[in-house]
Design a binder for this molecule. Structure first.
Ligand code: GDP
Length: 366
């Protein structure tokens, strides 16, 4: 059978998986000109849709961006900064400037100063090898600071094309949809154009000067917690509004369970406060360290959930990672779930996360 490609973006059409590149319902194949669902939505509703990419496809996109003369806009989720970071982007960016935008700023406590957050993001970006031309914060879903982001894009693109990149779930589509409104007003966005030499469905949003904003599909970061929970539980662990920090005064040899997804042991040190930044809907359960293993064995999936009982068979085992905290104001980050802040050094802790999910220390964000 000959390969059918989308007349909009050139991607190979498939009818099996809705969330993947090139999906079209089988009824669409009977038409003379086949268009993928993503292009269909853009054409008829001026709306971009999420599609996920394999790592190989993402490499191809990075290579293309690298050989372009453009502004790269990298969107990260400020609640899951490191988990949503696309490693390696800076190596491909070439000489192209990168504008770093932290989305979902509405989730952080209002007491946190923007300037401090931006400073923190610059510091982290540098540690990760990226020197952005500028760092901004916004909330795409709440429509906060979108104008600033659009103005910065106008300023830094200097008449060039713009590529917007980000891993899945950072809010890239929400952002692109609001830029479409900002840049094009009520005008219909008709072009989804074919990039010569690639079969990836990148979408062009035309700009007045003949250049374009290019929406690239989102890449999946495999070490994020999101890949180990189902859609329903993803709603529980993804905060929807400002997170209320939970403070726990703990003695050594006490444990906190975050649902049944992760566990925090205060192994050794003097009594102190631990501040948890997690979705308000995720239940935290405190117990004695010596009882923790037993408790998990007997109650994971029930008292300790998510995951739920019927998902326990597929849920990866929790792996223990030990840390000695040597610096003041340190976050222990549970990738995709949140973090625990320890203000003073001199503690010995252990963090347990599902096999495959990353856990690490960083300079405190807040
Ligand atoms: P994409 O996969 O990067 O394209 O992300 P989406 O635009 O589909 O957004 C992923 C999820 O994050 C959705 O549930 C959005 O409602 C949510 N989201 C997007 N932007 C924001 C934001 O600024 N704040 C909050 N709290 N949620 C957001």
């Amino acid at each position: 059978m000959s390969q059918i490609v989308c007349v909009g973006c050139g991607v190979s059409i498939q009818t099996e998986n809705r969330d993947e590149l090139g999906y079209a319902p089988s009824s669409a194949l009977e038409k003379e000109e086949v268009i993928c669902q993503r292009c269909f939505k853009l054409k008829h509703y001026n709306e971009v849709q999420d599609v996920n990419l394999t790592d190989d496809d993402f490499l191809k996109i990075l290579n293309e961006i690298g050989s372009s003369d453009s502004l790269i806009v990298k969107v990260v989720d400020i609640f899951d900064f490191n988990g949503s970071w696309l490693p390696g982007l800076h190596r491909f960016a070439g000489n192209n400037p990168v504008l770093l935008i932290g989305n979902k700023v509405d989730l952080l406590p209002k007491s946190v100063k923007r300037s401090k957050l931006i400073h923190w993001m610059k510091h982290e970006a540098k540690q990760l090898g990226l020197k952005p031309v500028d760092v901004l914060l916004m909330s795409a879903s709440k429509g906060q600071y979108i104008k600033e982001a659009v103005n910065a894009i106008e300023e830094y693109r200097k008449g060039k094309d713009v590529y917007v990149v980000g891993c899945t779930n950072v809010g890239k589509s929400t952002f692109i949809n609001s830029i479409i409104k900002e840049f094009t007003g009520e005008k219909e966005v008709i072009t989804t154009s074919h990039f010569p030499g690639t079969t990836l469905d990148m979408i062009e949003i035309p700009l007045d000067d003949g250049q374009a904003i290019v929406d690239t599909p989102g890449i999946i970061n495999h070490h994020q917690m999101a890949h180990y929970v189902d859609k329903k539980d993803l709603k529980v662990i993804t905060p929807k509004k400002e997170i209320k920090p939970m403070v726990f005064q703990l003695n050594e040899e006490q444990t906190l369970f975050f649902g049944g997804l992760a566990r925090f042991d205060f192994v050794k040190g003097s009594r102190r406060a631990f501040v948890c930044y997690l979705s308000n809907e995720l239940k935290i359960h405190r117990t004695k360290l010596e009882k923790a293993d037993e408790l998990y064995k007997n109650h994971a999936g029930e008292m300790l959930q998510p995951p739920r009982r019927n998902q326990m068979d597929e849920f990866p085992e929790l792996i223990r990672h030990e840390f000695k905290i040597k610096d003041e104001k340190t976050d222990i980050v549970f990738s995709g779930l949140g973090w625990v802040t320890v203000n003073e050094p001199g503690v010995h802790i252990a963090a347990h996360v599902p096999k495959g999910v990353s856990v690490f220390l960083r300079k405190s964000l807040i």
